[in-house]
Write a protein of this length. Sequence first.
Length: 235
Amino acid sequence: MLALTQEMAGTPVPERIKHAERMWKRHTVRRDVYQPVREALEDMAPGWDCCMYCGDHLADTVDHFVPKSRCALRTFYWPNLLLACSTCNTRYKGDEHENDGLLGSLLIDPTREDPFDHLDLRLASGVYRVVEGSRKGQWTINVCGLNEGKRPRVRADAWLNLTDDLKDWDRARAEGDHKNMRRKVYRMRNQPFADVCYAALRKAAADDAHLNFADEVPGVLALLRDEELREALQA
Ligand SMILES: [Zn+2]
């Protein structure tokens, strides 16, 4: 990728963006760069190739965090490449990008930032809210369409599934059924929308957690705070 970036740097500035588009589609680049990059990102993604923007599984494209049309020099720059589903890559995020002098990119960069410093996921509804005062949070919700269509409902379902799995795991532990405990952990770790599990673990660790889980089935908060389970889910 370094050689390709050097080729890009050697291209006159006015021609760089068009050249980047052509290079990205080049047969040898698809074979020798795109495919290996996609496979490496799939290995890093949670669950089954989860999209690094929306969290749904079976993401099938490589997206440029800073679009080629904004910075051609980052076309072949590893930290700029993320696994994305077609919906995020084309219908929502696409070429949207905005910088703020102070904050840098207004889109949360999932490779460098914790999205939950800017976003608050309401577990029961599956809707994302902005952490008070976060421009990045608002921009990311809008650009990535996080609350669009059925996405909140699917997250709410993921939360229901997670609470069922938590209780099943606890039952299996009480029975000394280690095989079933591992199965439940596998299910929780590999379901799409890993953001739901991560948000629940983070909320449970907060001092005011009892407020966030007041309406939940008794015992859910205690399980999310259980050290053995937290370790298994975050390993
Ligand atoms: Zn997506």
